[in-house]
Design a protein around this ligand. Structure first.
Ligand code: CA
Length: 226
């Protein structure tokens, strides 16, 4: 999953980014002014935008309004010091999906982020099951036939994205766009490398592969009929 933080308090932005990255689910981009933030929001397929309201150049509500005007449905969580009821109503009326006021609790913030992303992928249950594989997107615990599987950060992030889209073909371009931030160094076969690492961890001892390659199109995770 990939998140954009539009926040002009650099230290706060870094703290939020760090907390999001520590969950292992998210690649994170930061924009520290409204103009750049709006540009990034339109340029990349984010799974979530964390939006401050009082920003240099272009305000948060204006960014939100322009996204919705263009039909962009990315989940937006407003994170702001403005806590008057009128501000909250205005934010919700402008098309934001959730609203938190500063100071805030980081644990609650992360839980709200996860809930918003699950909603985007139409997975209200935090535990996603594909055959004998179970991925708990809240605790990040992955089990296969009841046995816990430990994964590296990028393997988990990739698996979470694939299972949220289980049964659908996911292209390499989509994986790159959703799992890497714009500072990440990626090389041409990076996806293949992570896919094969993930397969090694998931498919050992199983008669049925879970991750399938669809030639020329990408990958799909689904249970193979016995
Ligand atoms: Ca601000």
């Amino acid at each position: 999953m990939r998140v954009l933080i539009i926040e002009d308090e650099a230290r706060l932005a870094r703290n939020i980014a760090k907390a999001l990255k520590e969950t292992r689910s998210y690649a994170v981009d930061i924009s520290t002014d409204g103009e750049d933030g709006r540009h990034q929001a339109f340029s990349n397929p984010y799974d979530l935008i964390v939006l401050d309201l009082m920003l240099p150049k272009v305000g948060g509500l204006e960014i939100l309004a322009s996204l919705r005007r263009e039909g962009n449905r990315v989940p937006v969580l407003i994170l702001t010091a403005r806590d008057a009821t009128q501000d909250i109503i205005q934010g919700l009326d402008s098309g934001c999906d959730d609203y938190m006021t500063k100071p805030f609790d980081m644990g609650e913030f992360l839980a709200r982020c996860k809930a918003l992303v699950r909603r985007t992928y139409d997975r209200p249950d935090p535990v996603v099951r594909v055959g004998e594989l179970s991925v708990d997107t809240s605790s990040r615990i992955v089990t296969l036939r009841g046995r816990r599987i430990s994964l590296r950060a990028m393997e988990y992030r990739l698996l979470e994205y694939l299972v949220l889209r289980a049964g659908q073909i996911v292209s390499k371009a989509e994986i790159l766009e959703h799992l890497y931030d714009f500072n990440a160094e990626s090389f041409s076969n990076v996806i293949e490398v992570h896919i094969s690492a993930l397969r090694r961890r998931l498919d050992t001892g199983s008669p049925h592969a879970l991750i399938h390659t669809v030639r020329g199109q990408g990958y799909v995770i689904e249970e193979t009929p016995a």
